[in-house]
Design a protein around this ligand. Structure first.
Ligand code: WTA
Length: 636
């Protein structure tokens, strides 16, 4: 993919214009130049946005692993495809070349085939961040099976509901996983889950922690034994452009998780193209994304996007704070990482620590640093910029979703001037529009509204597995003819976008729309504050009023709480206006977070409302114990 770079700002605008004027021609060229196909497409795109029927590269034939592995063998056979950095820094890192990856993927595909897995069958993967996770996903893709990775932190009931929803035949798991000082018995969780999963025929177990497990005769098999006799030849299956590649579950605002289905060609083209440009990828780079592969970020930007570009990608098993809160910086220094991609929640938690941790290391290899998953607040942006990027590395604040498959709005490093807390401009091919409540498009700049996308792009999910109607209703009904993201955004005077948060988090106070993100941003500027979350609660006069949950840095713990409340409100008044002041501020020792680091506002909202009757599904919480504390200290 040599010719697909965006060189400078005028080039960006030129390419952007072209991509909007003639999207078919634009994507046709990208697909043509960058990939290997068994057969070309007969039509670039075919779509009906009302029915949510979308097809890209119609009738093309390909295999994504030929693009991610085989085609690199001639020139990059000995190049490292994957660096595996284990949880324990004393355990040796592994360097897996493209050739070795090819062999391992072929063997794994033969193992699955021998177990009876066929094209179109679903395989659930419940593995920690170890090389076998990547190998198993690629093996599925090579043989045409549909992988569904379930984050290896989900409970057995969360696992079984996902396995049952997609009707998986095989589960690949490990005996256990390491996370910091902890080791978790994953096989035990699978044993419980599978009791309620009638479709599962085989459970393949990867040896990682060596913990004792029970193996059920006829169902459970050790992977290492199966691999011993597996052949290292496996001819990749010829897949149609629209054949399913994977299902990945994402939580809806309510109800059961949605199995987002991504298909083959469009997803490949989109992740490869965006990876190249958003990370300014060059041949000898060492790229590291700290996400878990159990989330979309890991699928698109640890695995498929980087490998489609022949990159070296780091898979990190551990956590940022083990053994010390300097692990990220130590690993960047150790492997001379050039691109580092992480989440605001990680940045904020590390920014709480002394800067000595980050100053200990040589981070001069870094060229681009990225952020994803939630709005990055001003304070975290600057800390990241000052202490990690050393003001030399552009920060790519990348906005996208499980549903979008790849990055949608982001600066292009060395091309788009960055602006703190702004995801800036849409990538070529992406047409964001802001819509008001009456379904009218809001034109011009210095406006805000519901973020929608006008035209399909190759990476968009094609359906919710088994429930196309829900797909149509969730994303294509609120604003007919457009994809509705569920996010709010503002467009500044220069046309830059800033994501203001989920629109379901907007709180209307005395008739004024207030985004939670900017208020939290303001609060977080207070030197004593670590993190905050705002929710609305019913108020007699204003309709809704604001309730803030605030965690303090070490330095704030001893201070006069009443005074601190006043200072926080003064700050909000200063930065947004008195209307955004909080009626109640509760200091808490932590916020309830999902395992992917998102604050679970639903619970906070209920507590603020004084409704303790049902908190809904809390199985995805990382720290369920915090709920009790927050409830007990609620300000009535
Ligand atoms: C939020 C993660 C602000 C947003 C790739 C979106 C962001 C949801 C950003 C999707 C960003 C993601 N700035 N908000 N840079 N990136 N979000 O499906 O609310 O886990 O709708 O995909 O995260 O989360 P998901």
């Amino acid at each position: 993919m040599k010719n697909l770079y965006i060189d400078d700002l005028p080039d960006y605008f030129k390419q952007y214009k072209k991509s909007i004027k003639n999207p078919k021609k634009f994507w046709d060229k990208i697909a043509d130049e960058g990939f290997v196909w068994y057969q070309r497409w007969t039509k670039v795109v075919d779509f009906d946005m009302e029915k949510a029927q979308i097809k890209w590269f119609k009738n093309a034939k390909l295999n994504i692993t030929k693009n991610c592995i085989d085609r690199h063998l001639a020139q990059r056979g000995d190049k490292t495809a994957i660096i595996f950095e284990p949880n324990d820094p004393l355990e040796k890192a592994q360097y897996i070349s493209y050739r070795e990856l090819h062999e391992r993927v072929c063997k794994m595909a033969n193992v699955l085939k021998d177990l009876g897995v066929e094209k179109g069958d679903r395989v659930c993967i419940y593995l920690p961040m170890i090389p076998e996770l990547a190998v198993t996903m690629l093996a599925c893709a090579r043989m045409g099976a549909v992988h569904s990775v379930i984050f290896a932190g989900f409970s057995d009931s969360a696992v079984s509901s996902r396995v049952n929803d997609c009707g998986a035949k095989v589960i690949v798991c490990s005996d256990g996983s390491y996370r910091g000082t902890k080791s978790i018995d994953l096989k035990e969780i699978i044993d419980k889950a599978v009791e309620n999963c009638p479709t599962v025929e085989k459970v393949v177990v990867v040896r990682r922690t060596g913990t004792e497990v029970t193996m059920k005769e006829g169902r459970d098999l050790w992977l290492d034994t199966l691999l011993e006799k597996a052949s290292s030849d496996f001819v990749s299956k010829i897949m149609d452009a629209e054949d399913p590649l994977f299902i990945l579950y994402t939580s809806g605002s309510t109800g059961k998780p949605k199995g987002m289905l991504h298909t083959t060609a469009g997803y490949m083209v989109y992740t490869a193209y965006t990876f190249k440009n958003v990370f300014n990828y060059r041949e000898n780079d060492i790229y590291w994304c700290t996400a878990d592969i159990g989330w979309i970020t890991g699928h698109s930007y640890i695995l498929y996007g980087p490998l489609a570009n022949g990159a070296t990608t780091v898979i990190f098993e551990g956590v940022p704070t083990y053994p010390e809160p300097d692990r990220f910086w130590q690993v960047i220094d150790k492997h001379k990482v050039t691109q580092f991609y992480t989440a605001p929640t990680a940045i904020r938690s590390l920014a709480k620590e002394s800067t000595q941790w980050v100053e200990k290391y040589d981070l001069s290899s870094l060229r681009v640093i990225g952020s994803v998953g939630e709005p990055i607040n001003d304070e975290a942006w600057h800390w990241y910029n000052d202490h990690v990027g050393k003001k030399k590395c552009p920060i790519v604040d990348t906005w996208w979703q499980t549903e979008t498959g790849g990055i949608m709005i982001s600066p292009i490093p060395f091309v788009t001037p960055t602006k703190p807390t702004y995801a800036t401009l849409p990538l070529p091919g992406i047409q964001p529009v802001l819509m008001d409540e009456k379904r009218n498009e809001i034109t011009g700049n210095q406006v805000d509204g519901n973020l929608c996308i006008r035209f399909p792009w190759p990476g968009i999910a094609r359906t919710i597995w088994g429930d196309h109607q829900r797909y149509v209703e969730t994303y294509f009904t609120a604003f007919p003819g457009k994809y509705f993201t569920g996010d709010g955004a503002l467009r500044d005077e220069t046309g830059y976008y800033r994501i203001t948060g989920r629109v379901d988090d907007v709180i209307i106070v005395s008739g004024h729309n207030l985004g939670t993100a900017p208020i939290e941003d303001a609060i977080n500027q207070h030197p004593a504050v670590a993190e905050s979350a705002i929710v609305g609660y019913p108020h007699e006069i204003k309709g809704s009023a604001l309730y803030g949950y605030v965690t303090l840095k070490e330095s704030g713990q001893v201070r006069d709480r009443e005074n601190l409340r006043k200072e926080i409100n003064l700050l909000i008044s200063d930065m947004i206006g008195p209307i955004a002041k909080l009626d109640k501020i509760q200091f808490v020792s932590g916020l309830p977070k999902t395992r992917s680091g998102k604050i679970m506002r639903r619970i906070l909202r209920k507590i603020a409302e004084g409704d303790f009757s049902s908190f809904g599904d809390t199985s995805t919480l990382l720290n369920p114990e915090i709920v009790e504390e927050i409830k007990n200290d609620r300000i009535g």
